[in-house]
Design a protein around this ligand. Sequence first.
Ligand code: NAI
Length: 283
Amino acid sequence: MRTLRNKSALVTGAASGIGRAIAVQLACEGVDLFLLDVDQAGLVDVVSAVKRKGVDAIGRRCDVSEPTQIATSVAHILDRWGGVDLLVNNAGITYYGQTHEMSAEHCERLLAINLQAPIHFTRELLPTLLERPEAHILNVASFFGLIGTRRLAAYTASKFGLVGFSESLRAEFGRTGLGVTALCPGFVDTKLFATASLGSDRQQQKLPPRWMLTTPEKIAARAIKAIYRNQAQVVMQPYAKLAHLGKRFFPGLLDWANHLSRNRTQNQEAIKPQAAIERRRAA
Ligand code: NAI
């Protein structure tokens, strides 16, 4: 995009963290905002914050795990503004724990929010995005959309899916002028991990160490730069870049490292079906 001034954007998960920071920085660029979230109080707060920057803003409660709510929200914005120039798929949740201890309901909800919702919003908004002379889709994926890790398998699957979806959209619509970016940050100082659902063997939230964290404002600033430059993929933070490069050029290294610290007793216990069933019953 050459300019964001006087454009309009739909941002999901805008009530806190990265979504809120992107909304505020888009407002500074002169973008009118349609902001969605399940957190009503957070929405009211962000709407008043962005309006103070002089842009038009609408906040709407929308549970993006529900395709009908997505369709109603899109109908609302088409009715009010006739479309948007920028779609920011940002809403997300996570689960931290062993994969076999994750409930089917939570797994479905995670995939619905992190992966299916971006696909539904894109499907619904593509006709109007393609009518605009310049339009962009920003998918907030993650460093875990490029590298798999333990205890985050469903989250990782959703983010790999989002990175693949973004790449396919670029292949399909690149020639029409539609820009698409997959944003892949490392850890960010938000409430994502503090509010994560946990496996039954975990009593306490596992928070990333401070040195690995960056701020949502830095992520938002980089996201806006990526929209201007129509960058396909943005990997942020030095350790994330290093791990990503390491995986590309030495594909066996990470796998070797994952097996290096194997604690046989603990792992054998973890995969015993009976032990897993009993733990789930006791939870
Ligand atoms: P956050 O928890 O501060 O923000 C997520 C927002 O999504 C919240 O406002 C929440 O209410 C909203 N949300 C959750 N479920 C929803 C639903 N069903 N419908 C509508 N809104 C819903 O977390 P953060 O970190 O700002 O997360 C934003 C995105 O960034 C997520 O997609 C996350 O996966 C991604 N990300 C986060 C990283 C981190 O370390 N915090 C790192 C890399 C990516």
